[in-house]
Design a protein around this ligand. Structure first.
Ligand code: GUN
Ligand code: FE
Length: 427
């Protein structure tokens, strides 16, 4: 039994709720068979004899979940940021994604993405690929090798996009089924498929219906985009005159949450009362992507309301709408964006706190994977060790202040060690 126990020592900090940090200074974090099995100030006698990884004065936090990221857009970080969503997709994103037909390019680009994600504080991610099946398999192979837990989606799109990246409806469905067969043959331990209709403007009703058939048989989860940008939302209203609201267009195809259809919708900046009520009813996860929403002039999502209503919500980098896979930056952007919303739009919605953004990046998004993103007993043992000694301070700081500072200043240089389900990731 002993070989299945792992003990980390350091300053442990995490959020059980969005309201507060739980802090355990100079304590032992015990992992048994890949799950959290207690935090102790003094190690119980029965655990004596097990090796201890002593990380001194480092911080130990739960691994973070990136609930929305586009792997093929990684080479475009920081490009085309003078444009709004729809123009940016057309001018920058679609031409870049078309390159993934070339497996040499895909191998190089996805290799860089997987390597950098491995070195970040992210332990879990929900990832968009492109329409290309072989390149999507390459991405899944590379992510599997990192040891991170991921959902990866071959993108479906059959309308309103340039011919060089647009699929025929039946071709899109056939390729999806072939892709799922390829995945089943791989026997991945950490990498799972997720159905990925790009967004309503790029997916015909027939495609959505076909995807629902696949979903009903496979019980796979779904990820897409929702109510991101005013132009996009107006376009959906034109394309789907019968839908009551944007999210209803997904729901009509049966791809909008519910017991058997775990769903992530990225953005939800312009969700109205009806859309919010439907998301709540169906348990849809919201991926809040604050940096992307600023870069693409989309707006600021009403996250205070989502939290107050107890909705399922995590953070997404949305690379390359967002410029970095670093989820600490997503946390600080979320605080900053909420302050601008409070100042400029609605003084009744209090800005977000450090606790709240940390919660969303850890337990909030981790919930999509089950019990992940917290150090409560029984949670998957995903832990990141942060060495913040590079950032000198003229006075001692408490643990909460040190984490708060990390939210604004940490990058991969602070990551000392990382564990997923109790397995150490080689950095
Ligand atoms: N909506 C449809 N496709 C995309 C994309 O690639 N990025 C973002 N931010 N929004 C989208
Ligand atoms: Fe996106």
């Amino acid at each position: 039994m002993r070989k299945n126990i792992l003990i980390l020592k350091g300053n442990i900090i995490y959020t059980k709720t969005p309201e507060e940090f739980t802090v355990c200074e100079h304590s032992y974090l015990v992992c048994r068979d890949g799950s959290v099995d207690g935090i102790y100030r003094t190690l119980p006698f029965r655990l004596g004899g097990n090796p201890i990884r002593d990380f001194g004065d480092c911080l130990i936090i739960p691994g973070l979940t990136d609930l929305h990221v586009h792997a093929p857009q990684y080479p475009l970080r920081g490009f085309g940021m003078d444009q709004e969503l729809l123009d940016w997709l057309e001018a920058n994103i679609f031409p870049e994604e078309a390159r993934y037909e070339d497996m040499d390019y895909a191998g190089r680009a996805y290799g860089i993405f997987a390597e950098n994600l491995k070195r970040s504080a992210t332990t879990r991610a929900c990832v968009f690929a492109t329409v290309h099946r072989p390149a999507t398999m390459k991405l899944m192979d590379l992510l599997e090798q990192t040891g991170l837990e991921t959902f990866v989606g071959k993108v479906n799109m059959d309308r309103n996009c340039p011919g060089y990246i647009c699929e025929e409806t039946q071709e899109s469905l056939d390729e999806t089924e072939d892709w799922l067969r390829d995945v089943a043959g791989r026997n991945y331990q950490h990498t799972r498929p997720v159905l990925t209709p790009r967004f309503i403007p790029a997916c015909s009703d027939a495609l959505m219906e076909g995807l629902k058939k696949i979903q009903a048989e496979s019980h796979l989860p779904v990820q897409s985009h929702l109510s991101e940008n005013p132009q996009e939302a107006a376009w959906v209203a034109e394309l789907c005159p019968d839908a009551e609201f944007y999210g209803d267009a997904y729901d009509r195809s049966g791809l909008f949450g519910g017991a058997d259809c775990l769903t992530i919708m990225a953005h939800c900046v312009y969700s109205d009362d009806r859309e919010i009520a439907r998301m709540k009813e169906k348990g849809v996860f919201i991926a809040h992507c604050p940096e992307s929403n600023m870069n693409l002039s989309s707006g600021i999502a009403p996250v205070r309301r989502y939290l107050d209503e107890g909705m399922r919500i995590g953070l997404g980098s949305d690379v390359a709408g967002g410029s970095t896979e670093n989820l600490f930056r997503a946390m600080s952007f979320a605080v900053q964006a909420s302050k601008m919303r409070w100042r400029l739009t609605d003084q009744t919605e209090a800005p977000l706190t450090a606790e709240e953004v940390f919660y969303m990046a850890s337990k909030g998004g981790g919930a999509f994977f089950g019990k992940a993103g917290s150090f409560e007993n029984g949670y998957d043992f995903d832990a990141v060790v942060l060495d913040d000694s590079r950032l000198k301070s003229p006075r001692p700081l408490d643990i909460r202040s040190r984490l708060e500072r990390m939210i604004y200043l940490a990058d991969e240089r602070e990551i000392r060690a990382k564990f997923v389900k109790g397995q150490e990731i080689s950095l």
